[in-house]
Design a protein around this ligand. Structure first.
Ligand SMILES: [Zn+2]
Length: 361
């Protein structure tokens, strides 16, 4: 009953947020923001004002990592608690807090492919969390407004998608606050959750994020990284790998939920999502966004407004979905850290390929 109640509150808050977003300005002047896809300078008046509000005393004194994404330090630095390298998650969220639930998340948007995904989610009455890139928000503010209006939950994926452990504390603030400002301008909502690009997070990054009021959400291990962004990925590959992961989940631990890594990056990844989601529904797995997974009645750092509308429900299976492929091959079983780091390295190639294809990342 407690879960049901808090879930209802969460739905109410998201619908209130939708109404507030509909009344927010929604237009953004790109000339008032940093250059797209670049680490924002820290000497601008805006960043200087944000930095004045933050006390960095007590921040872990860790060296900046090097690389995009970085090489793992050798030997590992225990006090770093570096998720992608040693699997140490600190107090990051790594699992959906509801039993038998798929925490549906999409990273790297909004993009020109996002509206197709939103159409699909609307048709199927599903709600997800979108981890947004600030540069893309400025380019597509109307898509962000639509996400909120249709009951989805917004979160941050930084301004320029650089590995945060390579950035200074001040640069991390700039990455987070410019993204926050863009979403505020588009929707009136102040973001609360974030996902670090490449999953690249350590105790120094966590310290800065906490100062800004952000809660990091990673994902639930290699088996729930769909690798949908990889240029070599096909529908049959992504479906067969994920089928194995879901079958293992159903067989062993419906008692906890999971967060899956997917992207609304381009037509391919959005197409894959429409193949993967029915696999979960066919196994009677509930689909929810991060706010619903965490039973968070305040999924933003500010209040969302006051008028509820009926959207954004936790979606329970209807039994109408069908599987599209038989399982084949075997999923990776490497430790989470190593494989995630490898995935991050490969992500650079994926981003480059997408950029060549003319997409804004
Ligand atoms: Zn990303």
């Amino acid at each position: 009953m407690v879960k049901l109640f808090s879930s209802s509150i969460t739905i109410l808050v998201l619908t209130i947020a939708a109404v507030k977003a509909q009344t927010a300005g929604g237009t953004i002047d790109p000339t008032l923001y940093p250059k797209a896809n670049e680490i924002p300078p820290t000497d601008s008046p805006e960043v200087q004002a944000w930095l004045k509000e933050i006390d960095f005393k007590g921040a872990p004194d860790l060296p900046l990592n090097v690389g995009e994404p970085p090489e793992c330090p050798e030997p590992p630095v225990p006090e770093e608690c570096y998720w992608t390298c040693d699997g140490c998650a600190g107090d990051d969220i790594v699992k959906c807090g509801r039993a038998n639930t798929w925490g549906l998340t999409f990273d790297d948007g909004p993009s020109t492919a996002t509206p197709t995904l939103l159409d699909y989610l609307k048709t199927n009455k599903l709600s997800g969390t979108f981890f947004l890139i600030g540069s893309n928000i400025v380019e597509y503010p109307d898509i962000v407004k639509r996400e909120v209006a249709e009951g989805h939950h917004l979160a941050s994926h930084t301004w320029s998608h650089h590995a945060l452990t390579t950035l200074t504390n001040e640069q991390i603030v700039a990455e987070m606050k410019w993204t926050e400002k863009a979403v505020m301008e588009a929707t009136g909502l102040r973001l609360k959750y974030m996902r670090p690009p490449y999953g690249d997070i350590n105790n120094r990054v966590r310290f800065v994020l906490k100062k800004l009021g952000y809660i990091p959400v990673d994902w639930t291990g290699d088996e729930f990284d769909t690798n949908d962004w990889q240029p070599s990925m096909t529908v049959s590959k992504v479906v067969s790998l994920f089928t194995k992961s879901l079958d293992a989940y159903v067989a062993t631990n419906r008692t906890s939920g999971f967060y899956c890594l997917e992207h609304d990056l381009n037509a391919d990844t959005v197409g894959f999502a429409q193949e993967l989601i029915p696999l979960g529904l066919a196994r009677n797995i509930t689909i929810a966004n991060v706010a619903q997974c965490e039973s968070d009645a305040q999924p933003y750092q500010n209040d969302g407004g006051s008028v509820p509308t009926p959207s954004g429900n936790v979606t329970t299976p209807t039994g109408t979905a069908t599987e599209t492929s038989q399982a084949s091959g075997s999923p990776t079983s490497k430790p989470n850290g190593a494989e995630s780091h490898k995935a991050g390295v490969l992500a650079v190639a994926g981003v480059a390929a997408a950029a060549i294809a003319g997409l804004v990342l």
